[in-house]
Design a protein around this ligand. Structure first.
Ligand SMILES: CCCCCCCCCC/C=C/CC(=O)SCCNC(=O)CCNC(=O)[C@H](O)C(C)(C)COP(=O)(O)OP(=O)(O)OC[C@H]1O[C@@H](n2cnc3c(N)ncnc32)[C@H](O)[C@@H]1OP(=O)(O)O
Length: 239
């Protein structure tokens, strides 16, 4: 990902990611490392400005593009690793959770923090967390909107490995891909999809309902007020 300053996910960036995933699949790619050009941020999650006073059709397109990108990422036939050498809140955490393996560096925060922002992580975000860390830990983390530090993320199983720095993180991600390289492709892909199918189907069969929930939620005046205040707090911080 290379969308400075924080790889926030707007419609255009989501489309780019989606196109890249389609191209990799068409080219029979043998593995992907999802990484960031930023030295300190993996992805800041959804671009909050896409949810602030949007036009209805633009907001619908934004959400459908996110759904498209995620459905592709979660179901790739090739192995995927997240090299998390920077913070990964909310949608950034979703990207990492959607890969098959996660390597992280020290001093990083990662989690589905939506509750803390007064918004709600959609059901499929929640499913991804549950599938990785289990029901009990996911429930606790999501209710609190907990951001895990590196050590906590490893302990709870949110990530698989810690590496010293970006170079080591990429090297460990490559080692994971190498460990998968000799597995029969069809068997590997079939098992992966078997595990992920119920989570994928839940969104695929309820896409329109999920979009409607998103739209009705963000168009509420009190949610808009919350987004406005949050945007102000973010830009004050950097100002
Ligand atoms: C049953 C009911 C169901 C209801 C369902 C409703 C569904 C609602 C949708 C819910 C889904 C939400 C998922 C999300 O992903 S929401 C996004 C959450 N993300 C965050 O909270 C991250 C916020 N950012 C940070 O914490 C930090 O920026 C950082 C990532 C830790 C990096 O810190 P750093 O100090 O390096 O950088 P700055 O904070 O100074 O930021 C630099 C500039 O980038 C702007 N910025 C940061 N994050 C975002 C963002 N997510 N979107 C847009 N812009 C962002 C920040 O304002 C600075 O801009 P400036 O320089 O112009 O001021």
């Amino acid at each position: 990902m290379n969308r400075p300053p924080v790889n926030s996910l707007n419609t255009e960036h989501l489309e780019q990611l989606h196109r890249a995933l389609v191209r990799l699949e068409n080219e029979k790619c043998r593995g992907m490392i999802l990484s960031s050009s930023s030295p300190t941020v993996f992805s800041a999650g959804l671009d909050i400005r896409e949810m602030y006073k949007p036009e209805l059709e633009k907001a619908r397109k934004f959400w459908r593009t996110l759904q498209d990108m995620w459905l592709k990422l979660y179901s790739t036939p090739y192995p995927t690793v997240a090299a998390i050498h920077g913070h990964a809140p909310a949608g950034g955490c979703l990207l990492a959770l959607s890969c098959e393996y996660r390597v992280i560096v020290p001093n990083v925060k990662i989690g589905l923090n939506e509750t803390q922002l007064g918004i709600v992580a959609p059901q499929w975000f929640q499913d991804c967390m549950r599938n990785v860390i289990g029901e009990r830990q996911a429930e606790k983390a999501l209710i609190a909107g907990h951001m895990f530090n590196t050590e906590q993320a490893l302990q709870v199983g949110l990530v698989d490995e810690v590496a010293a720095d970006k170079a080591a993180c990429i090297a460990r991600a490559e080692a994971f891909l190498a460990s998968q390289a000799n597995l029969p492709l069809l068997a590997r892909k079939t098992v992966k999809l078997g595990f992920r199918n119920s989570t994928l189907s839940r969104l695929m069969t309820g896409r329109e309902a999920d979009t409607k929930i998103f739209i009705e939620y963000i168009f509420q005046p009190k949610v808009q007020k919350g987004i406005e205040l949050y945007l102000q707090s973010l830009s004050k911080k950097s100002g």
